[in-house]
Design a protein around this ligand. Structure first.
Ligand code: 13P
Ligand code: SF4
Length: 377
């Protein structure tokens, strides 16, 4: 499915990078060779992590692949390696830096690989929202939760205010814990993950308000019912592309298909799918299904293409929306970036290093540690 050819649009992306021109001129074989040699030279001083949405050419060189939760746990437990290259997006590398030791270096091969959803919540807007919401509902009556797809600054605010971080794998556990505190929840930044998770735990849609971060207004679904959960109005542009039309078309063409989506998809899509789960859960579901099973999957194309390829002789796997686009920022990391990052490490140039300032990291760590603690109980 995936071609290793660099498209015009990707070529454009590469050009706005700070990457030296000559890396872009090397062919894939030369880049692969460079990466292999550098990996060998760095040996066990190096650990390459890759999220499931990375391109095949990057996954090929990863020491570990996983979803956000798995990778953050790997970063937390790997205390012996000096250089961690995180092939993913900015918030993932920040999380790895927060969870690793101060002498360990975490790198993001392309500093422009951000997450548009994480960028929908910044600390200033959150402080404005917090002042308004605590003014309305009482200063000790709200608990903040942030999806790991958020900046270190947001995680820090949440940590400072007694809240926890969550991932799509542990969302139900953490939201259940927060509901048990008998407070309202402010859920950042993905309204869909928040709504889908809270609904599964029995919260009615009428009990969910939305915080419009652009105009600083709370949108209440009903004036008669007090909101229990306030959803920041962020969303993922990739998962917005999956619609009811896609589901209806797929069921019409393949009546026996099982539809799996990521919980970042909207409420209607998740309600009408057969299963919703994190990238790891999506992979497990396909892996554990008997041969002959048919799936249509609504998440990033790189992952769906890889599953299609892996199970091509055993299971039928379709793209829920064949025309959907992959996560553009996840796709920024390619062979030239990896080769450049490795050369930089070998030359003692830490240009791609991601470093969260100490004060932010200390507070952000509180929200991550709270998440790990709740998971253990
Ligand atoms: P996972 O935690 O399920 O891997 O999801 C991360 C993500 O960014 C999905 O868009
Ligand atoms: Fe962010 Fe969406 Fe890309 Fe995931 S798929 S990294 S949520 S923009």
């Amino acid at each position: 499915m995936e071609s290793n050819k660099i498209t015009e649009c990707q070529e454009q992306n590469l050009k706005v990078d700070k990457i030296p021109e000559h890396y872009l001129k090397l062919d894939d074989d030369a880049l692969r060779e460079k990466i292999k040699v550098a990996k060998k030279t760095l040996g066990n001083k190096l650990y390459i992590m890759a999220h499931h949405y990375q391109k095949d050419e990057v996954v090929e060189f990863a020491d570990v692949t996983g979803d956000s939760l798995y990778l953050s746990m790997e970063a937390a437990k790997n205390k012996s390696v000096e250089h961690i290259i995180f092939c993913g997006v900015h918030f993932m590398a920040e999380t790895a830096d927060i969870l690793s030791e101060s002498w360990q270096n975490v790198y993001l091969p392309d500093e422009n690989a951000g997450c548009s959803m994480a960028d929908m919540a910044n600390r200033l807007d959150l402080e404005i929202a917090w002042a308004e919401l605590t003014g309305k509902f009482g200063s000790s009556n709200i608990i903040p939760l942030t999806y790991v797809n958020s900046t270190a600054q947001i995680k820090a605010f949440v940590g400072e205010n007694g809240g926890a971080c969550i991932t799509s794998t542990n969302a139900e556990t953490i939201v259940k814990w927060a509901l048990g505190q008998n407070k309202k929840i402010l859920f950042l930044p993905d309204q869909h993950l928040g709504r889908n998770t809270a609904y599964n735990l029995g919260v009615e849609l009428e009990q969910m308000a939305v915080w419009n971060h652009k105009n600083g207004k709370l949108i209440l679904p009903s004036t008669d019912v007090e909101p229990l959960i306030i959803l920041w109005d962020g969303y993922c542009a990739v998962h917005q592309q999956f619609t009811m039309k896609n589901i209806e078309k797929m069921r019409l063409e393949h009546p026996d298909v099982q539809i799996i989506v990521h919980p970042e998809c909207n409420f209607e899509v998740v309600q009408n799918a057969d299963f919703a789960g994190s990238t790891n859960k999506i992979i497990e579901t396909v892996q554990n299904a008997p041969n002959g099973s048919k799936f249509a999957i609504g998440t990033d194309n790189n992952l769906v293409g890889r599953l299609q390829q892996k199970y091509k002789d055993e299971k039928e796997i379709y793209f829920l929306n064949f025309y959907s686009c992959s996560c553009a920022t996840m796709n920024r990391i390619r062979l030239p970036h990896l080769a450049w990052n490795l050369d930089n490490i070998l030359n003692g140039n830490y240009q791609q290093k991601i470093e969260v300032d100490k004060q932010t990291a200390t507070s952000a760590l509180k929200s991550l540690e709270k998440m790990f603690k709740i998971m253990q109980n």
